[in-house]
Design a binder for this molecule. Structure first.
Ligand SMILES: [Fe+2]
Length: 300
């Protein structure tokens, strides 16, 4: 099932449908409505029911991440009844340039090696020259390898792709995040945005720019948008630095931290939004071991 919305470039859906057919499978193209942010991760029940009869989901929505973050989809992953490729928030440019052109076999090998290191960890720390210094406990949820392959039921990947991510243990993230890269819904910040974090939640959004104001409003008005949901490390050396958060969050050595829903990451906090925010030039340590140093991946 290929799930679209009114923002989808439909020739991409038809192209994918043709490739599904040439692989000997059948397809259904479903179009969900665009929703405001209070319901942004909700799939229509008709699509949720349809997915129960599907083997593979391709999320091609442009306005929401619902095909990736809907709870019904996670249930089917957990039951090993569905696999998925997320192409949400992406357009034709994402499919034909930059990270799309990477060697995905190499990326997948690296992703699994990074996940093996990450899986043993219990504490993570992210710092950046812009002023980020965030610590969290980890280990309740398994790291997720998204490197372009979802060949078995229960697996999920994206395209373009190349990241390993994990939900930090709920309620444990502490410190400061300074966002200097692109943010889901909001794009490249006009000025860096500072988030103060305590007990796993954003307790203050600071900054004088337009982006800070918009993010402050989201965090204050949308249920659980203050939750620290995910920490991810990008692996794809061909991703462009073009201000597009889906492209830049996969870029090699970039970190992204997400606010909001963490069901996909093995947590228990539901939110209508999952907001990825890209950080440049990060250093990441897991149990004191340097995994990324100023945007350079180590140990791989
Ligand atoms: Fe991620």
């Amino acid at each position: 099932m290929i799930v679209c919305d009114p923002g989808t470039e439909m020739h991409m859906a038809y192209l994918l449908a043709g490739m599904v057919e040439s692989a000997g499978a059948e397809y259904t193209i479903a179009i969900m409505p665009s929703r405001d942010r209070s319901r942004n991760n909700d799939l229509p029940p008709t699509i949720e029911r349809g997915l129960e009869a599907a083997d593979c989901l391709i999320g091609l929505t442009r306005f929401s991440g619902a095909p990736t973050y809907a709870e019904a989809v996670k249930r089917l992953f957990n039951a090993r009844r569905l696999r998925a490729i997320s192409m949400v928030f992406r357009g034709m440019e994402n499919f034909t340039t930059g990270g799309a052109l990477a060697d995905y076999s190499t990326l997948y090998d690296e992703g699994r090696r990074l996940a093996a290191i990450w899986r043993r960890g219990r504490h993570i720390r992210v710092t950046t020259p812009a002023g980020t210094d965030l610590v969290a406990e980890i280990g309740h949820a398994d790291p997720i390898v998204e490197c372009g392959f979802a060949t078995e039921p229960g697996q999920e990947a994206a395209f373009p792709d190349g990241e390993v991510s994990q939900g930090p243990n709920e309620g444990t993230a502490e410190g400061t995040i300074v966002v200097d890269g692109p943010i889901c819904y909001l794009g490249q910040p006009d000025r860096p945005v500072t988030l103060r974090v305590a007990g796993g939640r954003v307790v203050a959004v600071e900054g004088a720019g337009r982006t800070a104001e918009e993010l402050r409003q989201i965090v204050e008005t949308i249920e659980n948008a203050d939750n620290i949901a995910e920490i991810g490390i990008g692996l794809n050396g061909l991703c462009l630095r073009n201000g597009d958060f889906e492209e830049e969050k996969k870029a090699r050595g970039n970190v992204h931290i997400a606010l909001g829903d963490n069901i996909f990451y093995g947590g228990h906090t539901r939110s209508p939004v999952h907001i990825d925010m890209v950080l440049y030039d990060p250093t990441v340590t897991i149990d004191g071991q340097e995994v990324v140093v100023h945007g350079e991946l180590r140990l791989l």
